[in-house]
Design a protein. Structure first.
Lengths: 109, 113
């Protein structure tokens, strides 16, 4: 039972490049979330998916898109990366309790 | 008013003391409350959940919930240097037709030998 997994763990992008962060959970949870966390800051919700086939914007959705591919997988895409998107990205899923993946540390130069 | 508020700290306590972390929330309808611990550079780790008024104990941790006053707290007994971390309070809120977990900004705890 792996819980919530994320790939990649680390990524360096140049400004304007695109990439997709992958997330999968094996707990059969309906709800999944993407957060970003900047140094010394709290978690900020980017997008969430309450169930397969639905997605909604969180606090800071600009510059991101998401896909809820199936019940297990929820991906986050940066179409044109900017230095302001340098952050640590966490995926999470919620059943009775919310569990987090290990995070992706993204640097945009 | 933020939906979930915590004192950012740092809260500094000596080893062996009781650390008391507090959190207030704005949505009276909230029913589920959680405490997460986050070490620097790591993902948040769930340490306590509480759903009913009163105390819930798990080892050295006690969560306390008072829905009338809209606060939830976490007590850490016999604090150890390994407890030094940021503690996040989270509350399940209902908005946009769905349940979402709403986080406070976190309280940094430093336990010194």
């Amino acid at each position: 039972n792996a819980g919530v997994t994320q790939t990649p763990k680390f990524q360096v992008l140049k400004t304007g490049q695109s990439m997709t962060l992958q997330c999968a959970q094996d707990m059969n949870h309906n709800s999944m979330y993407w957060y970003r966390q900047d140094p010394g800051m709290g978690l900020r919700l980017i997008y969430y998916s309450a169930s397969e086939g639905t997605t909604d914007k969180g606090e800071v959705p600009n510059g991101y898109n998401v896909s809820r591919l199936n019940k297990r997988e929820f991906s986050l895409r940066l179409e044109s990366a900017a230095p302001s998107q340098t952050s640590v990205y966490f995926c999470a899923s919620l059943g009775y309790e919310q569990y987090f993946g290990p995070g992706t540390r993204l640097t945009v130069t | 008013q933020k939906e979930v508020e915590q004192n950012s700290g740092p809260l500094s306590v000596p080893e062996g003391a009781i650390a008391s972390l507090n959190c207030t929330y704005s949505d009276r309808g909230s029913q589920s409350f959680f405490w997460y611990r986050q070490y620097s550079g790591k993902s948040p780790e769930l340490i306590m959940s509480i759903y009913s008024n009163g105390d819930k104990e798990d080892g050295r941790f006690t969560a306390q919930l008072n829905k009338a006053s809209q606060y939830v707290s976490l007590l850490i007994r016999d604090s150890q240097p390994s407890d030094s971390a940021t503690y996040l309070c989270a509350v399940v809120g209902f908005s946009g037709g769905y349940n979402k977990l709403i986080f406070g900004a976190g309280t940094r705890l430093a336990v010194h030998p």
